[in-house]
Write a protein that binds this ligand. Structure first.
Ligand SMILES: C[S@@+](CC[C@H](N)C(=O)[O-])C[C@H]1O[C@@H](n2cnc3c(N)ncnc32)[C@H](O)[C@@H]1O
Length: 182
């Protein structure tokens, strides 16, 4: 038989799992893109292909827990700026990049509602429904040369300058690289 303490303990675990699931899908209800963290091995492969230059600025639009920005800084010395709407992902990103807080800034903001400024690189791993609006925004706001790297999903109009393929077992995933204002 379960005693009272076991029942309370199990109840707390169920509440915690429920709470974290709701928070993870928060962004799906708001912007139709869930928080799906990216495999570190794939990030390493993609960043390795791109020849990132130290002291340049990379944005991750929908930065999740900040792992792309963290790796870009650790491996290539690229300064990072991340925007994240999901409170749980934002908190994880803040904690995960805290040691590099002078070089990596994380904002809890909808990136569609801010002016993008002047990134040298933009990384995105979003969903098909988000790509058209973001394409219009990038074209309207980014005025200097910038490389955009999109994992899996492509823009409806822009032509990629490179398409990389990442092989994991029998699965091949594409990375679309775009050059703006070259
Ligand atoms: C598929 S996850 C990718 C996370 C991270 N870029 C990575 O590769 O590990 C997409 C993230 O984008 C965030 N997101 C989607 N639309 C957003 C928006 N308009 N503003 C801010 N964050 C957004 C979601 O909350 C989610 O965490």
């Amino acid at each position: 038989m379960f005693d009272l303490i076991t029942i309370i303990f199990l109840g707390l675990i169920v509440i915690l799992v429920f709470f974290f699931t709701i928070l993870s899908f928060w962004s799906f209800f708001i912007v139709r893109v869930p928080f799906v963290p990216f495999s570190r091995k794939k990030i390493e492969k993609i960043l390795g292909f791109l020849n990132l230059e130290a002291d340049r600025k990379i944005y991750d639009l929908g930065c999740g827990d900040g792992r792309v920005l963290k790796m870009a800084y650790e491996r290539f010395g690229v300064r990072g700026i991340g925007f994240e709407i999901n409170p749980l992902a934002y908190l994880l990103a803040k904690i995960g990049t805290w040691q590099y807080r002078q070089k990596i800034k994380i904002y809890r903001q909808n990136f569609l509602k801010i002016c993008l400024g002047e990134p040298d690189y933009v990384f995105i791993y979003l969903f098909p429904g988000a790509m058209a609006e973001l394409e219009r925004k990038l074209l309207a706001e980014i005025k200097k040369p910038c490389q955009i790297i999109s994992f899996i999903f492509y823009f409806p109009n822009l032509k990629p300058t490179k398409i990389l393929e990442i092989k994991t077992g029998s699965k091949i995933e594409k990375v679309f690289v775009y050059s703006l204002n070259d």
